[in-house]
Design a protein around this ligand. Structure first.
Ligand SMILES: [Zn+2]
Length: 113
C-alpha cells in the first residue's frame, strides 16, 4: 500500500514517500502530527494532519502478484496442472493482503491535540 493525500488546491492524489502500517506508527516515525507536503501536480506546499493521510492500493504490488502467478502458471502448465491452476489465485491473494493493510491503516485515527 501507499500513503497518499489529496491536494487542497487541485484535488489531485499525491503519494507520500514515508512508509508505515498504521497512523500511530507514522506519527512516531515523523515525531509530529502534521506532515509537510508538496503537490507534484501544482506545486502547492501544504501541511496535512496525519488523519488526512489515507492509503491506496499499491498497483505495483498487485502487478507483481500477477506476474508471479502468470510465471508459475506457465512453468507448471505441462507438469502439475493443479499447481498451475492454483497459481492463478496469487494475484488475488496479493490484492486481499493489500486491502487488509489499507483498512488497518485507515481504521486508526490519532488524537488531535
Ligand atoms: Zn495540487
Amino acid at each position: 500500500m501507499r500513503l497518499s493525500y489529496t491536494c487542497s488546491a487541485c484535488k489531485k492524489l499525491n503519494y507520500i514517500k514515508h512508509k508505515a502500517s498504521t497512523r500511530p506508527d507514522l506519527q512516531v516515525k515523523l515525531g509530529t502530527d502534521d506532515i509537510k507536503v508538496d503537490c507534484e501536480n501544482c506545486g502547492k506546499m501544504d501541511k496535512k494532519h496525519l488523519n488526512q493521510i489515507t492509503t491506496v492500493v499499491d498497483n505495483r504490488i498487485v502487478l507483481l502478484g500477477l506476474l508471479i502467478g502468470l510465471i508459475l502458471t506457465l512453468v507448471f502448465w505441462n507438469t502439475y496442472r493443479a499447481i498451475s491452476t492454483a497459481s492463478l489465485i496469487i494475484p488475488l491473494l496479493f490484492w486481499i493482503s493489500e486491502n487488509k493493510a489499507l483498512s488497518g491503516f485507515n481504521k486508526f485515527l490519532i488524537k488531535r491535540k
